[in-house]
Design a protein around this ligand. Structure first.
Ligand code: ZN
Length: 55
């Protein structure tokens, strides 16, 4: 059994492409670089803001 290569769906042309690809080889859609650390910081800031609003 060969494990399936990780793919992601291109939001522009709906093709399954390499999950590590920075842009789609079919339609050249550029994927935004997502850093999980920045996502966590954004979530934490949102929670802090909510806490301040309700204090
Ligand atoms: Zn595409």
């Amino acid at each position: 059994m060969v494990p399936k290569p990780k793919t992601k769906e291109c939001p522009s042309c709906a093709m399954d492409i390499d999950s590590k690809a920075e842009f789609c080889p079919i339609c050249e859609y550029h994927f935004p670089k997502t850093n999980p650390i920045y996502q966590w910081i954004a979530i934490l800031l949102a929670i802090l803001l909510l806490l301040l609003l309700f204090m």
